[in-house]
Design a protein around this ligand. Structure first.
Ligand SMILES: [Fe+2]
Ligand SMILES: [Fe+2]
Length: 382
């Protein structure tokens, strides 16, 4: 249906339709910000951070910034911010009217607000089924920018953002959960532990964050890499046990069967995406690329397509680096766990040989200090 152009109404009612339309959450947030400005013109920035309970991390996720720099690729422990921790438990909204006068130095987010010259801020914790989902921040350059009337409007918008993020994440998690369920049916747990998947997803996120500035990767993309990384080998549920669980070396014909896990994985992903009506998901290509490209090699000798270099999707290069790193640093029945330094040395060798992306390998080397922490949080059960 074709509707005549809107004759620019004087004061538009609260318009929540924009946030429902397709596109990435970030694009939708920016659109919503436009609409919001007509009601609360002082809002210079809207940003949402996601909470990862596993690591107690609050991570930048989506943002719309009209003045000042957007804060991207940033994360910190929620427990390190007393004021935000309080909001997370109480569910209260926090209003700061005069940030320079009120805020204590030393808290990452507050320091950043000061640097950007924001004077007012409204923070709304977001919840999903009672669990902390994240936080929405509305910031303004003016002081006392959010009187009670504005607060009421912003709270409505925050609820809307909350719903949109929860429903999109619910959709994504449904994909992940159903694939995971299929894995468990197929006894894949014996083969790859849950702890391996937790660790490699976190390594993948750390690599993506490290290389984000050079590739202009947004936080939303990074989050999707994190979410989808554990599905890279989902196709292995279609591989017969005699091959999948074989203790010794695979014969050439067995190896060929094993390699079909990539195509099988792509079929499974298509089926799940189709079954759940998720084709519209803007980043479903990230999932396809991870599953389809995680055995490609930089020099073109990988499978199934023999793609080389930049033709291999970046998300696939990130995930294969993370996967191999975790495999090397984990004890297996036939080998000891390598140290981080040993694994990095081996991966540098693989990068020189054209098997791994050197940039991803250097990213692993750079975040080595955090690796021990991730490993300690997700140990293998013996
Ligand atoms: Fe694989
Ligand atoms: Fe793996």
């Amino acid at each position: 249906m074709n509707v005549a152009a809107d004759p620019a109404p004087a004061a538009r009612p609260l318009d929540i339709s924009t946030f429902r339309e397709g596109g990435s959450l970030n694009a939708r947030l920016r659109q919503m910000h436009e609409g919001l400005l007509e009601r609360v013109p002082a809002v210079d920035r809207i940003a949402c951070a996601l909470y990862d309970a596993g690591e107690d991390l609050l991570k930048t996720f989506i943002d719309s910034t009209r003045t000042g720099h957007s804060l991207e690729g940033h994360e910190f422990r929620l427990s390190q911010s007393r004021s935000l921790s309080r909001l997370a438990t109480s569910g209260d909204v926090r209003i700061l009217d005069d940030i320079p006068a009120l805020v204590q130095h030393g808290e990452v987010h507050s320091d950043w607000l000061l640097e950007q010259g924001y004077q007012s801020s409204m923070t709304v914790p977001l919840f999903d089924n009672g669990a902390l989902l994240g936080m929405t921040f509305f910031d303004a350059r003016a002081s006392h920018a959010f009187p009670p009337v504005a607060q009421r409007d912003l709270l409505l918008y925050a609820n809307l953002i909350n719903m949109s993020i929860s429903s999109e994440l619910a959709a994504l998690r449904t994909v992940v959960a159903s694939a995971q369920m299929a894995r468990e049916f197929a006894h894949l747990r014996d083969f790859e532990t849950g702890a391996h998947l937790e660790r490699m997803a976190r390594y993948a996120r750390a690599i993506a964050r490290a290389i984000a500035p050079r590739h202009a990767l947004g936080d939303e993309f990074i989050e999707h890499v994190f979410l989808f990384a554990p599905l890279h080998d989902v196709g292995k549920i279609g591989i017969p046990d005699r091959i999948l669980l074989k203790a010794g070396r695979l014969e050439p014909d067995e190896r060929q069967v094993m390699q079909t896990h990539v195509e099988l994985g792509l079929e499974i992903v298509e089926r799940i995406i189709g079954d759940f009506g998720l084709r519209h998901l803007p980043d479903s290509s990230v999932l396809r690329n991870i599953v389809g490209g995680h055995h490609e090699k930089m020099n073109g000798t990988g499978y199934p397509k023999g793609l080389a270099g930049a033709a291999i999707p970046l998300e696939a290069r990130i995930v294969s680096t993370a996967d191999i790193f975790d495999a090397l640093t984990t004890r297996r029945p036939y080998k000891q766990a390598w140290t981080t330094a040993e694994a990095v040395a081996e991966m540098r060798r693989m990068a020189v040989a054209g098997e791994l992306d050197p940039e991803c390998v250097e990213a692993v080397a750079a975040f080595a200090p955090r690796i021990e922490e991730i490993r300690a949080r997700y140990p293998d059960e013996d």
